[in-house]
Design a protein around this ligand. Structure first.
Ligand SMILES: Nc1ncnc2c1ncn2[C@@H]1O[C@H](COP(=O)(O)OP(=O)(O)OP(=O)(O)O)[C@@H](O)[C@H]1O
Ligand SMILES: [Mg+2]
Length: 577
């Protein structure tokens, strides 16, 4: 059936009321629809333009009952006594809805997206959109675009089309990188929604790559990630993307970098325990000394990785031997190696440490088991390049520079408990962020741009501008810098987080797509959402979302150019599949 015929035969649930304009219309609900559920309903109305018909689609974001008799002060006493006004309560009600226009289509020989340039006339019928109407409207207007369906309009069966534009200038591209935010309370369905969105982006297999940083190993294990027991891996491969899920430390090794090594020595508590150093300042100084020593060892390593192949006990013996030696003239004169001298000034503190280290070296040589050796072994295992491990550098370079990869990197770092899994996660994110900047800069200076989406689940753990922990503060700064600089190199970030308030303002400014799940309805969080969507009715609607734990439905408000239906910029309300 032709679209105009379908529209003609649709039963109205209301008519356009007053005042209405091309963005927002008032709908007077007809009596027959007054018991129908209306909030969230996707509806359409038509406006003639010359010889053509414009069909506008919108979502009902507000519904109100008015009864002028109930507002009449002289009737208040009757209501007080009888509880209602005979023949007037209920019967004289007017139900008024507000609809926010999402998009418009011009129906001529073809159907194309169109800007509504007129306001609808009062009395024009307003009818519910059906899947049939949706398919017909989108058939030609999205011909060269890949459209996917992730869910239905809030509390309806009407499937909402989405498109997922890569960051390049070719077909299907947005022409520029942008950031995406997925927000909501714990359990609101953020990770699942993000996975569905990524499944959509995987359609861009010839244009872009995706790297998922997965601290909760939800992507890696791929259980209950997509609804209906669908496998994320299978879906991504079906789209033609190359899929690889890797785990730290089993499948990936750290770079042969003395600074990374010494940072791990410090954050794991090794420096504090082994050298008996309590102040942070001295710990950092000791790390610098060790880093300097390791640097020379790396320099003299003929081939392969030094940290990846060295034995822990042997390395500790070597470090202590050199730290206790007096090799150069200066060292001989001050009776202390430069490695110790740069940490401690001459005096008791230095002598205590030198004695302590002499004892530890003795113990090591006598093959006495030192528990710190096992921490060192675990740290060195992160650098081990044996078997089938891929280097962190290679992985990042591949994702940033090649097209068509979806990498999942499991950051849960199980089995590394005596180094501190949080330490390794933070360090990994810092390293990956740094490598992404380097790789994209290289590509850019060679005259090319990356086209890559980096996904950070549980982002509030790493990028939090209100954090007091100095490590998170530094990491937050690194991430903000990277996000800011790499966008022009074609890199977009997706942040999946429980709080929008702690996310840096500048990152939010560069976001084009927002998905808000249930639960951010309090204070500053809600204030931020209101500020972003700039639509009071929509904000009120968002507030009415029901907790998914009560009905296993996962409502989301999407804002930004994610759907052919949302080109006016109005938020879309959905229930995810
Ligand atoms: N659209 C959906 N359909 C069916 N089940 C879903 C849907 N979205 C989420 N779920 C289920 O709800 C649970 C919570 O979802 P999810 O892990 O995505 O929430 P989250 O917001 O990421 O939570 P957290 O903040 O704790 O990481 C999961 O068991 C998931 O399988
Ligand atoms: Mg999650």
């Amino acid at each position: 059936m032709q679209i105009l015929e379908i529209i003609e035969q649709s039963t109205p649930l209301g008519v356009i009321g007053s005042p209405s304009d091309s963005f927002e219309a008032v709908v007077d609900i007809l009596g027959i629809s007054s018991e129908q559920k209306l909030l969230g309903e996707l509806v359409f109305f038509t406006v003639p333009e010359g010889e053509n018909t414009i069909v506008s689609i919108g979502q009902i974001t507000d519904i109100r009952t008015e009864n002028k008799w109930h507002e009449e002060p002289s009737f208040k006493a009757v209501i007080k006594r009888h509880g209602s006004l005979p023949h007037l309560s209920g019967n004289a009600d007017n139900r008024i809805a507000k609809l926010t226009v999402q998009s418009s289509f011009k129906i001529s020989e073809e159907i194309n997206a169109h800007k509504l340039a007129n306001s609808p006339s009062t009395g024009n019928k307003v009818c519910a959109v059906t899947n049939d109407i949706m398919v017909q409207l989108l058939k030609t207007s999205t011909q060269n675009q890949i459209v996917e369906y992730l869910g239905c309009a809030y509390d309806t069966e009407v499937r909402i089309p989405f498109w997922f534009k890569h960051f390049g200038k070719d077909t299907g591209g947005a022409g520029d990188a942008y950031h995406i935010g997925v927000f909501g309370k714990t359990g609101s369905g953020k990770t699942t929604t993000a996975a569905q969105v990524l499944k959509g982006y995987a359609t861009n297999k010839n244009h872009m790559s995706i790297l998922v940083l997965d601290p909760q190993e939800q992507f890696y294990t791929d259980t209950e990630l997509l609804p209906d027991n669908m496998s994320f891996k299978d879906e991504v491969i079906k789209k033609g993307m190359k899929y690889k899920a890797i785990k730290v430390p089993e499948d990936v090794h750290f770079p042969d970098d003395p600074e990374v090594f010494s940072e791990l020595l410090r954050t794991s508590g090794f420096i504090r325990k082994f050298f008996n150093i309590t102040t942070e300042e001295k710990q950092i100084a000791m790390c610098e000394s060790i880093s300097e020593y390791i640097e020379t060892r790396i320099l003299y390593t003929k081939k392969g990785s030094f940290l990846g192949t060295v034995n822990a006990k042997k390395l500790l013996e070597d470090i202590l031997t050199r730290f206790l030696e007096h090799k150069t003239e200066t060292e001989k004169k001050q009776k202390c190696s430069r490695y110790f001298a740069s940490v401690y000034a001459p005096g008791a503190q230095r002598n205590i440490r030198i004695d302590l280290m002499t004892d530890k070296l003795d113990a090591l040589k006598k093959e006495k088991a030192l528990k710190e050796v096992s921490i060192l072994e675990n740290i060195l295992a992160l650098f081990s390049s044996s078997s089938n491990k891929i280097s962190l550098d290679d992985m990042v370079h591949r994702v940033v520079k090649e097209k068509g990869w979806l990498y999942i990197i499991n950051l849960s770092t199980r089995g590394t408990h005596n180094i501190g899994s949080d330490n390794i996660q933070a360090l990994l994110i810092k390293l990956i962020t740094k490598k992404v900047v380097e790789a994209s800069e290289e590509l850019y200076s060679a005259g090319d741009k990356s086209n890559c989406l980096i996904v950070m689940d549980e982002a509030h753990r790493y990028t939090n501008s209100t954090a007091s922990d100095p490590r998170i503060k530094e990491l937050n700064k690194n991430i903000i810098d990277a996000v800011r600089t790499t966008r022009k190199y074609g890199i977009g970030y997706m942040f999946i987080t429980q709080t929008i308030e702690s996310l840096d303002e500048e990152i939010i400014q560069q976001m084009r797509i927002f998905a808000f799940g249930y639960g951010l309805t309090m204070g500053k969080e809600f204030g931020k959402i209101k500020q972003i969507i700039n639509d009071d009715n929509a904000a009120k609607f968002y507030k009415s979302f029901i907790d998914p734990s009560s009905n296993k439905k996962y409502p989301f408000m999407f804002h930004g150019p994610i759907s052919p239906l949302s080109f006016t910029g109005s938020p879309l309300f959905l229930e995810m599949k």
